[in-house]
Design a protein around this ligand. Structure first.
Ligand code: IPE
Ligand code: IPE
Ligand code: MG
Length: 264
């Protein structure tokens, strides 16, 4: 597993973030501002995804995680939800071959059980085709929620312990359970990735909206007013510039970091 836990071990850091996680927000407002229907913003948002995937590959970022549809987005008008699903399918159809050629691995995480069978089959096929690609891993979070992720991980952890006959399994007294962070982590949906170094939310809101709750423990947060359809390589560059100004202490003091730098 390539993932290490920021609360267990101080992670290696680098000037270029290894993992960037983005809440792609502001599609609707982008469209409304232009007197266009909200869907026009989502269509334009797909173009921005293409641009940012390429930009991340060029910049040597290893993991890009994009929040495409939250577990709460089902609350939107049915028309908008079904349009988003159709857009997702078309984008998969159109983009996967090119991603594969560019050595990009695609993963889709979230509660996929609510998607129709055709979409699920397309996702499985795209993941299978790109599974051995190394340059960049793009994860699309679809029907994803941070609380869903933690809950499903707990369920899997308990099931695994039951299967192995360990205390804390489903059929034993809860008092006997002594779960550690490290027991849960392998069951999280993105266990294959290191924790995000940089979180970006476009569209001006400053909230997490039930994105990667567990994984963002020590992630640097960056918020920009720019609507997602306008987010390009230069905007990503500005986010990385801001990231490079931060001192990532992981609980330590600034003096400790300075001393460590001098020693190396
Ligand atoms: C983000 O843009 C896309 C999804 C949540 C699917 P929005 O659709 O939330 O755009 P705003 O926030 O209404 O502008
Ligand atoms: C978060 O955006 C989810 C995605 C971008 C997929 P929302 O637009 O749904 O978030 P809230 O409702 O403003 O918090
Ligand atoms: Mg929004």
């Amino acid at each position: 597993m390539s993932a290490t836990s920021s609360t267990q071990v101080v992670p290696q850091t680098s000037p270029v973030p290894r993992h960037v996680a983005i809440i792609m927000d502001g599609n609707g407002r982008w469209a409304t501002q232009r007197y266009l229907p909200r869907v026009a913003g989502h269509v334009k948002g797909v173009d921005a995804v293409r641009i940012i995937v390429e930009a991340c590959a060029e910049r040597g970022i290893e993991f890009l995680t994009l929040f495409a549809f939250s577990s709460e987005n089902w609350r939107r008008p049915a028309e908008e939800v079904s349009l988003l699903m159709r857009l997702f399918m078309t984008a998969l159809e159109r983009e996967v071959a090119k991603m594969h050629l560019n050595d990009i691995r695609l993963k889709v995480v979230g509660d996929l059980s609510r998607f129709d069978a055709k979409l699920r089959a397309m996702i499985a096929d795209a993941e299978r085709r790109t599974a051995n690609n190394k340059r960049l891993t793009v994860t699309i979070c679809a029907n994803y929620g941070g609380r869903w992720d933690i809950t499903q991980a707990v369920n899997k952890m308990i099931a695994a312990r039951t299967a192995a006959g360990i205390a804390g399994a489903a059929d034993t007294d809860a008092d006997a359970a002594d779960f550690q962070e490290a027991d849960l982590e392998p069951h999280l949906a993105m266990a294959y990735a290191p924790e995000p170094d940089l979180f970006v939310r476009t569209g001006g809101e400053e909230r997490i909206s039930n994105f990667l709750l567990w994984q963002l423990a020590y992630t640097e947060l960056y918020f920009t007013e720019t609507y997602w359809p306008d987010f390009d390589d230069a905007a990503l560059g500005a986010a990385i510039d801001s990231f490079q100004q931060r001192e990532r202490r992981f609980g330590r003091t600034s003096e400790q970091l300075v001393a460590k730098k001098k020693a190396s």
